[in-house]
Design a protein around this ligand. Structure first.
Ligand code: ADP
Length: 263
C-alpha cells in the first residue's frame, strides 16, 4: 500500500480537481437553463413583468461560468511562469530522501551528478515533481526490485541533429536522466506514452498523466524529453532543459544565495 501512496495521491488530486470543477460548472449551467425555462414560459403566457430578474440571474451564472474557465486557463498557463535558472544538481540532492521513500526498499538509488553543468532553465517545483513522476514510473517498472539511477549532464544539440528530431531545437541543454532496470517498453507503447490519460496500469494505480506532464513541463521551458527503452532491460527518460551560459552565473543572477547577515 505504501508503494502506491504517491500514485494514489496524484490520482485523488486530479479526481478532486476535475470533479469539483465539473460540479461547479454544472451548477452554473443549471442556473442558466432554469432561468431560461422560466422566461420562455412567462413569454409564452404574456407575463412580462419582473422578467429582467431571470435575465439577470442567467447573466450572473454565465459570468461565473466564464470566470471559472478563465481561472482554469490561468491555472494551466501558470506552469510556464516561474522558469528561472536552477541548480539541477542541488535540487536532486535535496530530493534524495523523498526519492528513496518513493522507490521503496527493493530498489537501489544511484546518483551520478556532473558537477560541471551550468544551471538549467526550469520551474524548480515542476522539475521536482517531474523527477518524482519518473521515479514512480521506474519503481512501477521494477516490481522485483532493481536500480534507479538519476544522472545529470550537459549536452549540445547541433542544428543537423535537431533537424532530424521532431521537437528538439539546437542549443546547449542540461539533461536529467532517470534510468531504471525494469520491464522496458516495446516500440508501439513508446508511441503512446506521452498522450494524456494513456496508462497500462490497473484502475486506481495509474492516471496516465505522469509522462504527459513531464513532457509539457520540458516544452514549456524550451526543452524536450526523450525515452530510450528496451523490453526486458529497462528504460531511460531524459529531460532536456535549456542551459544557461556560464557568464550568467558569474553575473550573479543564477543561484539563490544564502541570506546575508542575520536579518
Ligand atoms: P501512469 O504512470 O499513470 O500510467 P504515465 O504517463 O507516467 O502514466 O505513463 C504512461 C505509461 O507508460 C505507463 O502506464 C507505462 O505503461 C509506461 N511507462 C512509463 N514509464 C515507464 C517505465 N519507466 N518503464 C516501463 N514503462 C513505463
Amino acid at each position: 500500500a505504501q508503494e502506491h501512496l504517491h500514485q494514489s495521491q496524484k490520482m485523488e488530486a486530479v479526481g478532486q480537481l476535475t470533479g469539483g470543477i465539473a460540479h461547479d460548472f454544472n451548477n452554473m449551467l443549471t442556473g442558466i437553463i432554469g432561468a431560461m425555462d422560466i422566461m420562455r414560459r412567462r413569454i409564452a403566457t404574456g407575463r412580462f413583468e419582473g422578467i429582467e430578474r431571470y435575465m439577470d440571474a442567467a447573466t450572473t451564472s454565465a459570468n461565473r461560468a466564464a470566470g471559472l474557465t478563465q481561472r482554469l486557463l490561468a491555472f494551466s498557463r501558470r506552469q510556464s511562469l516561474d522558469s528561472r535558472p536552477v541548480d539541477v544538481n542541488a535540487l536532486i540532492g535535496t530530493l534524495g530522501d523523498l526519492l528513496v521513500r518513493t522507490i521503496g526498499e527493493q530498489v537501489a538509488l544511484e546518483t551520478r551528478l556532473d558537477p560541471t553543468i551550468p544551471a538549467g532553465i526550469a520551474d524548480a517545483n515542476q522539475l521536482e515533481s517531474a523527477i518524482l513522476n519518473l521515479a514512480i514510473n521506474a519503481r512501477d517498472a521494477m516490481p522485483e526490485g532493481g536500480t534507479l539511477s538519476v544522472a545529470t549532464s550537459c549536452v549540445g544539440i547541433d542544428p543537423a541533429i535537431a533537424a532530424g528530431m521532431a521537437d528538439a531545437k539546437p542549443g546547449r541543454y542540461v539533461v536529467v536522466t532517470v534510468r531504471d532496470t525494469g520491464v522496458g517498453m516495446p516500440p508501439e507503447l513508446l508511441d503512446k506514452v506521452f498522450e494524456p490519460f494513456f496508462t497500462t496500469k490497473p484502475l486506481g494505480q495509474g492516471t496516465g498523466l505522469g509522462l504527459s506532464m513531464v513532457y509539457g513541463f520540458a516544452q514549456q521551458n524550451g526543452g524536450h524529453v526523450t525515452i530510450d527503452s528496451t523490453p526486458g532491460k529497462g528504460t531511460a527518460v531524459s529531460i532536456y532543459l535549456p542551459a544557461t551560459e556560464r557568464a550568467g552565473i558569474d553575473a550573479g543572477q543564477e543561484m539563490p544565495r544564502a541570506p546575508q547577515g542575520a536579518g
